[in-house]
Design a protein around this ligand. Structure first.
Ligand code: DGY
Length: 326
């Protein structure tokens, strides 16, 4: 009888992670060898009897799946920093350990957030479209004008590693003031970027640029709503690279189409993919990306390596490099 742990890998993750698993001589691995998500029914079948599961953020790890896996399952390792797709209470109840991939993606996400913020505030997508499609007549004084970071106030909703990394990158653009809100003040993080803790209302009122960096939890579900947008400046730019569920998209559409706020850059939406006939796609002042904040070769490989190492350590009963405390 084989002593190898049985693991299911629910997606073709980047090579670094797969190599680590293959070379470990610790697991007997079955892989959903595709760039597309494994069909739910197949996943439920494949996890049966597994000791470990390496998944990505499209897989819902809930009681149905954990029941299907059965009592052998000891470790779930997600190749993501976000864990809103995992039923943490169910995992905890069953004593299943969870690995995730914080830190290795901080730089890539912060970089993309800055790119998205600039693309939105300086209307880059609209501008290239105009240039390509004949809208570029002559140089005009106020054509395609946007908003600049110099002398602005940048607000961060949810100050963690990623919020700090975004702020560090924005500071050299001569930002005047950095503010943030969170459940409680985070002086240890805020100090590094000289950010002031404010209430949610003040964040809305003062921010010229508002970046959403909080995790999606029951408490943050839909917190970017009419109430928030109605307090924001008409010149404000809203950027979200966390999770779509944090935003009430109907309220955002209203805020953008009525001119309540100037623009929004979204890397995440509800659902994903956002259907191409979604009203947000009709708005010139809304830049939508297909959830690519961590999508650099280096980062995605590092995420897959960390997810693999978390899985292996968990299966050995050792501390994981990055374990979620349940
Ligand atoms: C995550 O890891 O949660 C990101 O959203 C995708 O990299």
């Amino acid at each position: 009888m084989s002593t190898l742990a049985r693991v299911y890998v629910s997606r073709k993750v980047p090579p670094q992670g797969l190599d680590i698993l293959r070379k470990s001589a610790q697991v007997q691995m079955e892989l959903w060898d595709s760039d597309d998500p494994v069909p739910r029914r197949e996943l439920l079948k494949k996890v049966k009897g597994c000791d470990g599961l390496l998944c990505v953020l499209t897989e819902k790890i809930d009681s149905e799946l954990l029941d299907a896996a059965g009592p052998n399952l000891k470790v779930v390792s997600t190749m993501s920093v976000g864990f809103d797709h995992l039923s943490l209470d169910q995992l905890k109840k069953r004593g299943i350990r969870v690995g995730y991939t914080p830190e290795v993606l901080t730089d890539a996400v912060a970089e993309l957030t800055v790119a998205l913020l600039l693309a939105t505030s300086r209307r880059l997508i609209e501008a290239t479209h105009e240039a390509k499609t004949g809208g570029w007549g002559t140089w005009r004084t106020l054509w395609l004008c946007g908003y600049e970071l110099a002398n602005s106030t940048v607000g961060i909703l949810g100050l963690g590693r990623i919020g700090v990394a975004i702020a560090e990158r924005l500071k050299p653009f001569k930002v005047k003031k950095l503010i943030y809100t969170d459940v409680v003040p985070r002086p240890e993080l805020a100090e590094a970027i000289q950010a002031e803790f404010v209430s949610m209302d003040e964040l809305a009122r003062q921010s010229d640029f508002l970046a959403v960096c909080c995790a999606l939890t029951p408490d943050t579900q839909g917190i970017c709503n009419k109430n928030l947008f109605s307090k924001m400046k008409n010149t404000a730019i809203f950027v979200n690279t966390s999770r779509g569920g944090v935003v009430n998209q109907e309220d955002l559409y209203e805020a953008l189409s009525s001119g309540q706020i100037a623009g929004a850059g979204l890397d995440v939406t509800t659902p994903e993919p956002l259907p191409n006939n979604h009203p947000l796609f009709t708005l010139k002042n809304c830049v939508i990306l297909p959830h690519i904040a961590s999508a650099s070769y280096t980062t995605r490989n590092a995420m897959s390596a960390l997810a693999a190492n978390n899985l292996l350590a968990g299966l050995r009963g050792e501390p994981m490099p990055k374990e979620l405390q349940l």
